[in-house]
Design a protein around this ligand. Structure first.
Ligand SMILES: *[C@@H]1O[C@H](CO)[C@@H](O)[C@H](O)[C@H]1NC(C)=O
Ligand SMILES: *[C@@H]1O[C@H](CO)[C@@H](O)[C@H](O)[C@H]1NC(C)=O
Ligand SMILES: *[C@@H]1O[C@H](CO)[C@@H](O)[C@H](O)[C@H]1NC(C)=O
Length: 219
């Protein structure tokens, strides 16, 4: 049995990059919600370094829609904390976009790049009513909404808010089933999809015996 030892030596101080490395993190304190004009979308913090770190961003698709606010604080022990925030008006298109915080510091051989995904919350935007596939015994339709977080509540209304005819139509959450296919059921059916931020509407024009569906949505 052989045991090997490895020894490492520090070269003289002058040949090493000096300074204290930064502790770097990217955070979103509050989830951005569509409708606010100025919101802090993300903050990159390089804390307690010596000298101060250089913090910048790769913004990709967000280049034209956000501004960068950078702030440097010097602590009593001689170290620096640099915070760089992305400020903008949250939009649906910003949701799931990727950005990178780039930190440059004398203790780092290369720039440190930290990936961050922007998350934006919004009420149902596009609400569609589509026929269920492979549904033969009666006509079934499904209401779907683009929302973040996902729509949690669905309700259906028929023909200018008339009560739904219980014996002819079955509602199960986001699904609507026509149990009878009679002409008196012809007309407009509205799906109301909502999450905690609001509601969106989709519609179905149902006509006896024909597959005429129309979907549109509005806020
Ligand atoms: C870096 O920051 C995090 C969060 O503030 C903290 O929990 C962690 O201890 C820090 N690490 C170092 C090495 O200072
Ligand atoms: C849509 O549904 C939400 C949540 O149930 C409700 O608050 C809202 O009043 C409904 N809107 C209409 C027009 O029915
Ligand atoms: C209804 O929505 C579907 C997608 O969900 C789309 O393919 C279709 O073209 C829409 N129909 C109308 C009439 O807008």
């Amino acid at each position: 049995m052989t045991i090997s030892f490895a020894c490492y030596f520090l070269i003289s101080k002058g040949e090493l990059a000096t300074g204290r490395p930064a502790n770097v993190s990217v955070t979103s304190d509050e989830t951005p919600v569509v409708g606010y004009s100025e919101f802090t979308l993300a903050t990159c913090t390089a804390s307690r370094s010596q000298p101060a770190a250089q913090v910048s961003w790769h913004l990709d698709t967000l280049t034209d829609s956000v501004k960068v606010l950078t702030n440097t604080v010097k602590h009593l022990d001689g170290t620096y904390t640099v915070t760089s925030s992305l400020i903008g008006s949250p939009t649906v298109e910003m949701n799931q976009q990727h950005v990178q915080c780039v930190v440059r510091h004398s203790t780092l051989k290369e720039d440190l790049e930290i990936d961050h995904t922007i998350v934006v919350h919004y009420p149902p935007q596009l609400v569609t009513v589509t026929p269920l596939e492979n549904f033969f015994s009666a006509h079934g339709y499904q209401c779907e909404a683009d929302a973040n977080p996902a729509a949690t509540h669905f309700s259906w209304h028929s023909r200018m808010n008339q009560a739904m005819p219980d014996e002819s139509i079955n509602v199960e959450g986001n699904r609507l089933y026509f149990l009878k296919l009679t002409p008196d059921l012809s007309g407009l059916y509205i799906c109301n999809a909502s999450n905690e931020y609001g509601a969106g509407f989709g519609s179905l024009y149902w006509h006896k015996g024909e597959k005429m569906e129309d979907n549109h949505s509005e806020l």
